[in-house]
Design a protein around this ligand. Structure first.
Ligand SMILES: Cc1ncc(COP(=O)(O)O)c(C=O)c1O
Length: 369
């Protein structure tokens, strides 16, 4: 048997970009401005241009982007934020960390994104914001979410940690709400070589607030006009992302094509259901996630054949001990059902067709057992 596949192949990406990454990093080492060096502003300009948002503020991680976005809105303890329970914990975590209250609304069973038709029932007098997550790389129904937000005077923060590069009705993820927050965690569609993230907005006051919060609330050196955090993305990580932007469009095209190819190859496989991608948007497949019966057995059989898998995520947030107090009378059955069946397959822009065929053949054998 061949060696095990990588779940996410970052080595081939590095091999393709080695020279540019090396040159970019060397330039930082030469100028020595490790914090807030020129690459920070250069990256922010390029990312703003890419998404179409007026402002981009790079920050220390995707988690930090969510925190700073919520802080910039100046919400008060006890204010409520409507979000999905089927996400990585960071989404709810930053809400709770600020003394805000996450109020969950269940997901659409076929996309695993928040069901916009369930949001209005979760809104109360204390609601201040809606925080949809663009899970797996597909944006939620932002037009419907905006209509609700406008009716109730709420902000919309897109947790776009998994969806940088995705498109919704011709507009880019991260530029679809009051603020968009993404992550450059190495395995994300656009990743650095450590932690990094960015926040996007078209609102100049929110952008300014985010810039100040990122540096301990300073409006000028040692002038602390608000409470902030140490939330900068360092210059070396910005240099890595700048180098990776060189072939990012190609990578997104690859991801979309590989997603289509998985869909064609996996259609009609018994016990396997595919994630729906809505007509007016795409999915950049931060990982290629399917629904599968007998998941543990299938994962074990795939592992035997050198095909790694992962589960994003086994338990919805309100079933995690730290967040159980935010469960409501409703148990969000679609989130629980998704948690029991989702399984992510290897995906990256450099996945070859023969590697992809190997994954599909292994899955076909695993579900036939
Ligand atoms: C949906 C979601 N939100 C937030 C985050 C946090 O991003 P980071 O790891 O960069 O802090 C992640 C990262 O996995 C995520 O998937």
């Amino acid at each position: 048997m061949n060696g095990a596949l990588d779940f996410i192949d970052l080595k081939s990406q590095y091999a393709a970009l080695k020279d540019s990454i090396g040159e970019r990093m060397q330039r930082v080492l030469d100028h020595g401005q490790y914090i807030m060096g020129p690459e920070v502003a250069e990256l922010e300009a390029k990312l703003a241009q890419y998404t179409g948002a007026k402002h981009c503020v790079t920050v220390a991680s995707g988690t930090e982007a969510l925190l700073i976005a919520l802080m910039a809105l100046d919400l008060k303890p006890g204010d409520e934020v409507v979000t999905t329970p089927f996400t990585f914990a960071a989404t709810a975590e930053m809400i709770v960390l600020l003394g805000l209250v996450p109020v969950f609304a269940d997901i659409e069973p076929d996309t695993c994104n928040i069901d916009a038709s369930k949001i209005e029932a979760a809104i109360t007098k204390r609601t201040r914001a809606i925080m949809p997550v663009s899970l797996y790389g597909q944006v939620a129904d932002m037009d419907a979410i905006h209509a609700i937000a406008t009716r109730h005077g709420l902000a919309v923060i897109e947790d776009a940690a998994q969806s940088f590069g995705a498109t919704y009705r011709g507009r880019k993820s991260c530029n679809l709400g009051t603020m968009g927050c993404t992550s450059f965690f190495p395995s994300k569609p656009l990743g650095c070589y450590g932690d990094g993230g960015a926040l996007f907005t078209n609102d100049v006051a929110l952008a300014q607030a985010a810039r100040e919060i990122r540096v301990h609330g300073q409006s000028a050196r040692y002038t602390h006009t608000r409470v902030g955090v140490g939330g900068r993305m360092d210059t070396l990580q910005c240099a890595v992302v700048l180098a990776k932007l060189e072939r990012f469009e190609w990578e997104i095209a690859q991801r979309l094509a590989l997603g289509d190819r998985y869909r064609a190859l996996l259609a009609d496989l018994p016990g396997v259901d595919l994630l729906a991608v809505r007509d007016n948007r795409d999915c950049v497949w931060a990982q290629y996630t399917v629904f599968v019966d007998q998941r543990a057995a299938v994962q074990a059989a795939l592992k035997e054949q050198g095909v790694p898998t992962a589960v994003h995520y086994p338990k919805p947030v309100h079933h995690q001990a730290a967040y159980a107090r935010f469960a409501s009378h409703e148990d969000f059955p679609h989130s629980i059902a998704a948690g029991a069946r989702v399984m992510s397959l290897p995906m990256s822009a450099d996945l070859t067709h023969s590697q992809q065929d190997r994954v599909v053949d292994a899955l076909r054998m695993a579900v036939a057992r």
